[in-house]
Design a protein around this ligand. Structure first.
Ligand code: HEM
Ligand code: HEM
Length: 179
């Protein structure tokens, strides 16, 4: 059923697949890949878009059109798809990105991302989302939104992102794309 809802076009709008691809591997770097993401995390994001806890002018009307059953069906549909691997592109920054992901930055109390998102970036069900393979542009954008206080649906991530510089965000997002 999730397949049908994901590809259906709600009134006056676009289908999920038109932005996230039929297999959940969006081709556009600003749109997140949803394939292989934990269903509990997908469900929480759709609920947060609908309630306005997570702000997105694009996703708010999409999530609002979905029933609780639709959301559950979509979450189980996208989790069943395999994520298309990505790769790191910033040769000069990938070392910095890896250090932050694996060890954090101790003297500035920045925790290791791997502690919650697992060393291979697959996340830890159900609470901690998969990051590995995600478009670097999307990941960097989310870290910036957490840092600015625009994305407010995770106090933990607000705290982590608050301490990261632009360069560190670019580096860790690029490294994550290649996990
Ligand atoms: C984000 C699902 C339709 C563009 C997301 C996220 C989910 C999702 C679960 C959060 C992903 C994450 O946190 O990793 C869906 C579903 C749709 C749909 C189920 C259909 C009902 C669309 C459409 C577009 C779109 C039609 C493009 C016009 C985006 C963008 C984001 C996003 C740009 C990032 C939002 C942000 O700034 O935080 N979507 N999506 N989505 N989606 Fe969709
Ligand atoms: C979500 C990155 C450290 C817990 C996220 C997201 C990103 C991210 C990009 C959003 C994923 C998406 O939109 O698809 C990072 C990076 C870290 C880091 C780069 C290290 C610098 C941590 C740590 C924890 C944590 C240490 C646990 C203490 C979470 C949780 C969410 C999340 C719970 C889900 C938020 C929600 O429900 O909306 N992280 N993370 N992260 N992260 Fe992290």
């Amino acid at each position: 059923k999730g397949d049908t809802v994901f590809n259906a076009t709600p009134a006056n709008s676009q289908s999920c697949a038109s932005c996230h691809n039929a297999d959940g591997n969006s081709a556009i770097a600003a749109n997140p890949k949803l394939a292989q993401q934990h269903p509990e995390y997908i469900l929480k994001q759709l609920q947060d878009f609908k309630s306005g806890k997570r702000k997105s002018a694009i996703m708010k009307p999409m999530a609002t059109a979905l029933s609780d059953d639709d959301m559950r069906n979509i979450a189980w549909f996208v989790t069943s798809k395999k994520i298309k691997p990505g790769f790191a592109k910033e040769k000069d920054l990938v070392g910095l990105g890896e250090r932050i992901f694996r060890g954090g930055i101790a003297d500035r109390q920045i925790p290791a991302c791997a502690g919650c998102h697992s060393p291979n970036g697959a996340g830890i069900p159900a609470q901690y989302p998969r990051l590995g393979g995600q478009h670097a542009e999307y990941t960097a954008q989310q870290l910036t939104l957490f840092r600015e206080g625009t994305r407010l649906n995770s106090p933990v991530m607000t705290g982590v992102a608050a301490k990261l510089s632009n360069k560190e965000i670019t580096a860790v997002a690029d490294y994550i794309a290649g996990l």
